[in-house]
Design a protein around this ligand. Structure first.
Ligand code: SAM
Length: 241
């Protein structure tokens, strides 16, 4: 991989994105923070009921959740024309994500269903899927593998997670390979455990990963280091041995 942008940034993504150049990013894949529900039980949003579990707090999904349009607006500015933006969502936030994305100028190309291969009992059909909204900025660019379907079956991570909301790297691989080319710059403004970093290193993309929580940020940096140890660091970073 040629040298290029490989940035892991600690801070608020809205603030940080404000300093980025307009139309400088080729792809965004993200899994943003949103309010969690009480799983269909009486009581509505946990955030309103103050019944958040420790795991949920640690995941970072529960602190100061900005409305989607606030960060999407900044993202829209920094994305190049004719690019894709994938936004993961649960069923509760899907409509707001679509409304806010369109409000700032993105257009919906498709709504993908991620079959996680595991389910949560809900009482109204077992929940085994999440959603990924595929937006475009500008023209309707085609995906690279046009044989891909809107149903993506990739096993979610059980046990041994670095982050409570960690997504499988194969899911990021699938989206990144379909909507970017070698050396393109990919951004995840809410990186969590840094799944985007691992996927971009694997697939020869440049990346910008932003995380606000210092604990997750430290873990991301370690993950990057661990990944490089596994795959010939001297070739990746030019530090000849
Ligand atoms: C759902 S998790 C992302 C998980 C990630 N996709 C992965 O595979 O590990 C969302 C992350 O966004 C971070 N976050 C929340 N608000 C933020 C903000 N304003 N700026 C940057 N990061 C933020 C949280 O700390 C959390 O780690």
């Amino acid at each position: 991989m040629s040298e290029g942008k490989k940035e892991i940034l600690l801070g608020d993504s809205i603030e940080l994105m404000r300093s980025f150049e307009t139309e400088s990013i080729d792809l965004c894949v993200t899994d943003p923070p949103y309010k969690l529900t009480s799983g269909g039980c009486k009581g509505g949003l946990k955030i309103e009921m103050n019944t958040i579990t420790r795991e949920e707090k640690e995941s970072g999904v529960m602190f100061e959740i900005p409305p989607f349009y606030r960060w999407m607006d900044e993202l829209f500015r920094i994305m190049k024309n004719d690019t894709h933006f994938y936004c993961m969502s649960n069923k509760k936030n899907l409509s707001q994500i679509i409304l806010d994305g369109e409000k700032v100028g993105f257009k919906v190309l498709n709504i993908l269903v991620w079959d996680k291969g595991m389910h949560t009992p809900l009482g109204y059909y077992m929940q085994n899927v999440e959603f990924i909204v595929l937006f475009r900025k500008g023209g309707a660019r085609k995906i690279n593998n046009m044989g891909s379907t809107a149903l993506i079956s990739i096993k979610g991570i059980r046990g041994n997670k670095i982050h409570p909301s960690e997504k499988p790297v194969e899911l990021y691989d699938h989206l990144i390979l379909n909507s970017s080319n070698i050396n393109d710059i990919c951004i995840d403004p809410f990186s969590g455990s840094g799944t985007i970093i691992e996927s971009c290193l694997k697939n020869n993309r440049q990346f910008i990963a932003i995380e606000k929580d210092p604990n997750h940020f430290e873990k991301m940096k370690n993950r990057w280091g661990d990944f490089n140890k596994k795959i010939e660091p001297q070739t990746l970073f030019g530090n000849e041995m």
